[in-house]
Design a binder for this molecule. Sequence first.
Ligand code: CA
Length: 224
Amino acid sequence: MRLLLVEDDAALGKVLVRGLADQGYAVDHATSVASATEAHSVNSYDLIVLDLGLPDGDGVDLCRSFRDAGDQTPVLMLTARDGLSDKVAGLDAGADDYLAKPFAYPELAARVRALLRRPPGMNSPVLEVGDVSLDPAAHTVFRGAIMVPLTAREFSLLDYLMRHSGMVCRREDLLEHVWDANYDGLSNVVDVHIANLRRKLTMPGLDDPIETVRGVGYRMGSTS
Ligand code: CA
């Protein structure tokens, strides 16, 4: 899951980036309307955390511009203002949820998790592909009845593959959604993490649940 955090308060931004990264999200941090617009135009995000008061504009207007352009990425709006009119303006502009400052980090984390859950109508938030199950809320993974401990990055990678069950996930897609823009490590980082994930998920007598699609990427689940 890749998040865009738009927050001009340096101290708060730093705390949020660290907290969200520790939970396995890839986080890009923008500090103005201009830098957020730039990041949003070149990257694809799963969630946007958006401050209302920015040095060069207003989060409400930015949110409206995303929606006017047809972008339905969930938006969690942050504000120091607690007035009803700001809340209404944010929701009217297409924000999905609203959090007034000051807030405790766990509350933000809970709202982020809630917004990233599967869309309404898919009644269980637990993802299942074959005998692999992943609970985004509890942050647990099971192969059958056996719990599989994963690193935050492995969890995020598996989450992406399972949400796209039956589809080929290209390495570029995985890099874009699981790693952030500052990532400058090995070019085979996806393959290395997939190999670790496979080793943990593949138990004696059980199949490898991750299929390699040669030259393209990886797939979980059947194609039918
Ligand atoms: Ca601000």
